[in-house]
Structures are given as C-alpha cells and as structure tokens.
Unconditional design. Structure first.
Length: 286
C-alpha cells in the first residue's frame, strides 16, 4: 500500500500558498487503490466530484460531492469509490495545528479536556450549507485566477471557514479539537502567532496566557530559544519575504508589518536578509 504525505500529494495541482496556509484545487483521475496518508497538517476537504472513503483507527466515513471533512494531523487511509469514468475533484485547505489553537484563543472558545471514557472523534464530516457552497466557489475562483493573497487575508479566510463550521457543528468541532490538545509550550507560540498583525503588546499576550510578563518571557525563551519580541520581528520578516517573492510591492507591506515608514521597513529587511525589499522582490520575481 502506497504511503504519501498530504503536503506531497498536492504537488502539481493548482494552488495558492500564503505562509503556512494552502488552498488547493485537486483534480486527479480515479484510482481504485488505497493510499496511506500522513496528514502532516490539518486539512479541510470539500468534494466537488467523486466519492472517497476515509478510514481512521476507530471509524470510517464516506464523503461525496456536496460534502466536506475536517481531518486533524495524523494517519488515515483513503479509498476511491468514484465511478471509474469520473474525475475526482476537491477544494482543500491545509494549515498547521498552530492555527487551530490560535483560532480558539482569538475567539475565546472553550476547549475542554477530553473525557477518556468518551468515544474518540477522528474527523468532522459535514454537509455543505448554502454559506459553505458560496465559500467554496469563492476559493475556487481565487485559485483559478492564480492571484497571490497576503498572509493576513489567508488567515482571515481560514478563520471564516472555521467559524462557519463552529456555528453549524459546535459540539462535534470542539470535541474533535479537544482530542488534539498539544503541550503548554505550543499555546505560548499560538498566542503570539494569532496576534502577529494585531496591536496587542507582549504584556497583553502574557495576560491572555494567564502569566505575569516576566513569566511569559521566561517560558517563551525557554521553549523557543528567543525572546518573544525577537520572534515576532523575525516571523513578520519571514512572512514579508514570502509576500515579496510572490510579487507584492514593499510600499504595500510596511504598514501591515508594523513599520511607520517604508525606509524603516527597508532597513530592517536588509539587516535580516542582506538586500533591501525592492531588490529582493526584483531578484525573486525574475
């Protein structure tokens, strides 16, 4: 039986990638094989055409056109049940577990500790609502256009989808996510990741994590080897680098990344990557 990672499986398909968030339009011929998939990221898949059976350790489900599924990180087996003459087509969103935690923190959704006696939920299988149908059409149109989107906008589109799922399936969604809680160190990073583009101070982030400022800084540096201020600065610069590589102009970025002038942004970018942003953009888009 073939083994594939989800990240590898999307290579060659039409997609838009922004930071760690990827929107993909998968089109492939029907195969009767079973594949072992390593979900190295969370995936939300909308079936446009075809029929897939998905097996987990404790349950399986069949997803057909007009339906979708949220699959957390982990292993699964996928089997194609589509008619032989049909093409399998899906719109898929891929994103890291950090975004799940950030979403919960940002929207103050209560995540209960899983009850070990309760049934384990390995995925969320749902039927598209009218809202979700329009959402899928919009994502498909963006992918067809091939236009890059910024990380804040990609994050907004992901959170829009998660909120729509939460409104329709609050208990199952929370039950699923509660079974994939990671350690405390990840929560620290999620608080920072979810607020990269907000005006929250380090002190306010410390408050959200129920820590004093000094404890927050100490725990963060112990977990990641960098003080949070430097991590935020470096993380923003890395995302800015990705956007410049995709063709964005420096003048459209500096305010988003917290700089009051283009010259200050250019100085910081050159210090980090050795080239001013305009020169880096030109080199990357040749």
């Amino acid at each position: 039986m073939n083994i594939m990672s989800v990240t590898d499986s999307i290579a060659g398909h039409a997609q838009i990638k922004s930071g760690a968030i990827t929107f993909v339009h998968l089109k492939e011929a029907v195969h009767r094989n079973k594949y072992r998939y390593v979900f190295d990221q969370y995936a939300i898949s909308f079936v446009l055409n075809g029929k897939k059976e998905i097996f987990h350790a404790t349950e399986s489900t069949v997803v057909t056109a007009g339906q979708g599924i949220l699959i957390p990180q982990g292993n699964a087996i996928l089997s194609d049940h589509s008619p032989q003459q049909n093409e399998d087509a899906r719109i898929v969103l891929l994103f890291p577990v950090e975004q799940i935690k950030s979403f919960l923190i940002r929207h103050r959704l209560h995540l209960e500790k899983p009850d070990p006696k309760s049934n384990i939920i390995s995925h969320l299988h749902f039927t598209n609502t009218p809202y979700l149908k329009e959402y899928v059409k919009h994502i498909a149109s963006l992918i067809r256009a091939g236009s890059p989107i910024s990380y804040p906008l990609a994050l907004h589109k992901l959170e829009e989808l998660l909120l729509a799922l939460y409104e329709s399936y609050p208990a199952p969604l929370i039950s699923l996510l509660s079974q994939h809680i990671e350690g405390e160190e990840l929560t620290l990073k999620n608080i920072v990741e979810s607020n990269l583009f907000t005006s929250l101070t380090i002190g306010e982030m410390a408050f959200l994590s129920n820590r004093s400022l000094s404890t927050f800084k100490r725990d963060f540096e112990k977990a990641y080897g960098l003080p949070p201020q430097r991590y935020i600065r470096d993380r923003k610069m890395e995302i800015a680098r990705i956007e410049l590589s995709a063709g964005k102009h420096p003048a459209d970025l500096y305010l988003t990344y917290g700089y009051d002038s283009l010259s200050n942004f250019a100085t910081a970018f050159k210090r980090k990557f050795g080239l001013p942003p305009a020169a880096y953009r030109k080199k990357s888009t040749i």
